[in-house]
Design a protein around this ligand. Structure first.
Ligand code: NAD
Length: 432
């Protein structure tokens, strides 16, 4: 099929590339001229494992095109996906201006029937608003359908998740677009749930909030485990092997972050409030998450006493492993808190250093190091903030010698506490 994707970011680019991979012809539109020029020149603006090959292969096959022109995108394809940002506003509600502006732009170019599919994460009833907007701004009374098709990909595993989705959710207000939507997704062999638009929109916020809740549950347990002298990893493993619970998203850490969970959680709380329900359970999820970071920083302060002029190595800047995304990254939050206390940082991340520099500029107090092992040179302590698997390969013998004082704060529980103590470290992790 011919498909257009408006918004060529983490979701739009991976979706476009994977649609092309199964044989569709995809036009990716983006408003950012630099991004479009980079993609047209064969570059990839984000780090996502396996993405570059899929993009290159499909560009070469003529199935994946990049343009800045929404008009071209609307003219090229019968199905138009929207994958633009839906960032949070200061009160926690969603900034819908990107979606609204794309709806108006698409409306202005409509000359024949089109299916407009919202893939961005949006508040329930957005489909209705997009429909109204298109009706208001279209130039002729041409037919169209608006569909909700939320995206569940995980950054770092996005290609895999797109190629083998657990399920595809399609929310419609009429039967007309269903066949085309099923045709787009049939090569992916996933269960397809066709439902009404409002339910489809709610599924996304309900799912992400539940995953955040699971993480906060593990984090709350970590507090109990520390107080009781138990090991949270043992407790969550013992729980998670129960099929009804599952082991995933049940790891204690310094807290969750990223561009989705915090914003989707606050959006869902806000949406619920507007619908007349005070979703206190989710407010508690937020509180536990905020506390978890505060507790981690306090652990560092309790051990190092005064942070002013202490040198701290930080491993990890991305919000999680396998990505260069630093949006709302707990690692960046940690660095900013340590800097505020007067610490000096040596930081390293395998993929996210360039993007991190926008939020954490290199300076007298922030030194970016090119090599993982060098992060420990001359530091008073090391903090581990992201669960990159390669961090478990840190040369500990070297670190033990190169650190001014051998103290490690592990916000991701990557090492075994007994082993670390045997190696001569003061090792503080989460819930163990
Ligand atoms: P992103 O910021 O990486 O990408 C958005 C892109 O849209 C940018 O390249 C931007 O230049 C472009 N854009 C903005 N306005 C535009 C316009 N008017 N016309 C054309 N392009 C425009 O964002 P993202 O992470 O891909 O997220 C997009 C949506 O998908 C959000 O609603 C997000 O919540 C949701 N989502 C994200 C993830 C994720 O892991 N990143 C997962 C599932 C759902």
């Amino acid at each position: 099929m011919k498909i257009t994707i408006i918004g060529t970011g983490y979701v739009g680019l991976v979706t476009g590339a994977c649609f092309a991979e199964v044989g569709h012809t995809v036009t990716c539109v983006d408003a950012d001229p630099k991004k479009v020029a980079l993609l047209q020149a064969g570059g990839i603006p984000i780090y996502e494992p396996g993405l570059d090959e899929v993009v290159r292969r499909n560009v070469a096959a003529g199935r994946l095109l990049f343009t800045q022109s929404t008009g071209e995108g609307v003219a090229n394809s019968e199905v138009i996906f929207i994958a633009v940002p839906t960032p949070p506003q200061p009160d926690g509600s969603v900034d819908m201006s990107y979606i609204e502006s794309v709806a108006r732009e698409v409306a202005g170019h409509l000359t024949a029937y089109r299916i407009i599919v919202d893939k961005s994460t949006v508040p329930v009833k957005t489909g209705e608003k997009v429909t109204e907007t298109i009706k208001r701004y279209r130039k002729t009374s041409v037919d169209f359908d608006v569909v909700s098709n939320p995206e569940f990909l995980r950054e770092g595993f996005a290609v895999e998740d797109l190629m083998k989705p657990d399920r595809v959710v399609i929310g419609v207000s009429s039967q007309r677009p269903v066949a085309a939507m099923k045709e787009i997704y049939s090569p992916f062999n996933a269960p397809i749930i066709v439902t009404d638009t409002n339910s489809a929109e709610l599924i996304k916020h309900a799912a992400n909030s539940f995953l955040a809740l699971k993480i906060s549950y593990a984090n709350a347990l970590s507090v109990i485990c520390e107080a009781a002298g138990a090991n949270v990893q043992e407790v969550t493993r013992g729980m998670g092997l129960d099929n009804r619970i599952g082991t995933r998203f049940l790891q204690a850490s310094l807290g969750f972050g990223g561009s989705c969970f915090p914003k989707d959680l606050s959006a869902f709380i806000h949406i619920s409030e507007e619908l007349g329900y005070d979703f206190q359970l989710l407010k508690e999820v937020q509180r536990i998450n905020a506390d978890q970071m505060a507790r981690f920083v306090k652990k560092i302060q309790d051990n190092l006493w005064v942070l002013r002029d202490k040198r701290i190595g930080v491993l990890g800047l991305a919000f999680k492993q396998n990505t260069d995304d630093v949006r709302t990254s707990p690692a960046i939050d940690l660095c900013q808190r340590l800097l505020k206390e007067g610490a000096k940082l040596r930081v390293y991340d395998p993929e996210a250093m360039e993007k991190a520099k926008a939020l954490l500029p290199a300076s007298d107090t922030v030194e970016y190091v090119a090599d993982m092992d060098a992060v420990t040179d001359g530091v008073d302590a090391l903090a581990i903030a992201t669960e990159w698997p390669q961090f478990t390969k840190l040369d500990l013998a070297r670190a033990r010698k190169s650190m001014r004082t051998p103290i490690i704060f592990d916000g991701r529980n990557l090492f075994d506490p007994a082993e670390m103590e045997k190696l001569g470290f003061i090792y503080k992790s989460i819930g163990r």
